[in-house]
Design a protein around this ligand. Structure first.
Ligand code: ADP
Ligand code: MG
Length: 326
């Protein structure tokens, strides 16, 4: 058995120090949230499960950061400024006070980095795997949330950063790529373990992007969600333009098959979005302001679906486009 405080002293010791305004030190039944005038809340929830979204031996600090960051990534894609979050913890048998201390430390670090505060949650024990559900909320000016819906024929398609890294990072953690240079292995596993929510970019894209989504399941699958929510249009992606990191190239090369792999691999938490061709310069200026690399990778034309065009001018096979739980 691991040493574990009672539920209430656990909350008081590890989580109350992280609490923000309206949380009442985590001593009440619920919290209150003040919405800035002229704004509305953007609310999102994500669950991470041991053995599904992180590995059983991952450090508690990294687990905390991933749980929070996948939520921040949703806020980022919607152009929202982070405010607060709720933390629902279902602790497995192995998580005691030592684990909780390091977990809370990870949250504290990211709260500072991203400007978000804990306002409540729930703590339970489970006979199953450690499960963490975070509900995060942020603010946007009323009516300004960037939707998945809104892409139109003629739009350009963009993605931030590089894709495929987190998937390759998971392969490294599973002992693939044994001959890959240590710096590349480190870069890839870091992308899997601690994604970077593109908050500055998302906010900069308000009023510019016609639709946006964060890339959690895979670029093709997630663009598919934008496509499904659009009135019409075939999303045509040029494989040669998909941004790949040096580490990914070192692991997989740059063949059509390698690019297709990057385009259907999940967990990168980049932002994929569309914009009118007339907004191209504004997109690039927003990317610069946000200090976030952005690449134009394709366009929307007449038709339906998402197509990844390879070097031979034919659409590459992309299966279901990314990760699915069911
Ligand atoms: P209830 O009896 O309604 O489930 P709890 O006793 O679980 O309430 O919670 C007491 C307080 O502690 C509440 O303010 C709740 O938001 C907070 N809390 C409980 N668990 C957590 C957690 N894991 N993280 C943050 N706050 C928590
Ligand atoms: Mg409770």
């Amino acid at each position: 058995m691991v040493a574990r405080s009672s539920e209430f002293s656990m909350i008081a010791r590890f989580f109350a120090p992280l609490a923000g305004e309206g949380a009442y030190g985590l001593t009440d039944d619920a919290a209150t949230v003040r919405v800035p005038a002229g704004h509305e809340l953007v609310v999102t929830a994500d669950t991470v499960i041991e053995g599904v979204h992180f590995l059983p031996n991952d450090r508690p600090q990294a687990v905390a950061q991933k749980a929070l960051r996948v939520n921040l990534s949703d806020l980022a894609a919607k152009g929202a400024a982070p405010m607060g979050y709720l933390l629902a913890l279902s602790l497995g048998r192995k998580q005691g006070d030592a684990w909780l201390r390091e977990f809370a430390h990870g949250l504290a670090l990211d709260q500072k980095t991203f400007g978000i505060l804990l306002i409540g949650g729930d703590t339970t024990a489970t006979p199953g795997p450690l499960t963490i559900t975070i509900t995060a909320f942020g603010a946007v000016r009323r009516g300004r949330m960037i939707r998945r819906a809104g892409a139109k024929e003629g739009d350009l398609i963009f993605v931030s950063g590089t894709v495929g890294d987190a998937g390759a990072g998971l392969e490294v953690l599973r002992y693939k790529h044994p001959r890959l240079a240590a710096k590349h292995r480190a870069a890839l596993t870091a992308r899997y373990r601690t994604p970077t929510p593109r908050l500055a970019l998302g906010r900069a894209l308000q009023g510019i992007a016609t639709a946006a989504i964060d890339v959690s399941d895979g670029l093709i699958a997630d663009l598919g969600h934008i496509a499904e929510n659009a009135k019409g249009g075939a999303f045509v992606i040029d494989a040669a333009r998909i941004p790949l990191s040096p580490a990914f190239r070192a692991a997989h090369g740059t063949s059509d098959a390698a690019i297709a792999r990057a385009a259907i691999s999940g967990d990168d938490y980049e932002i994929a979005f569309t914009a009118r061709p007339s907004a191209r310069a504004r997109v690039l200026a927003a990317a610069k302001r946000a200090r976030t690399p952005v690449t134009e990778i394709g366009h929307v034309e007449e038709g339906r679906g998402v197509y990844l065009m390879g070097s031979k001018g034919r659409a590459l096979p992309t299966g279901r486009g990314g990760f699915t739980h069911f």
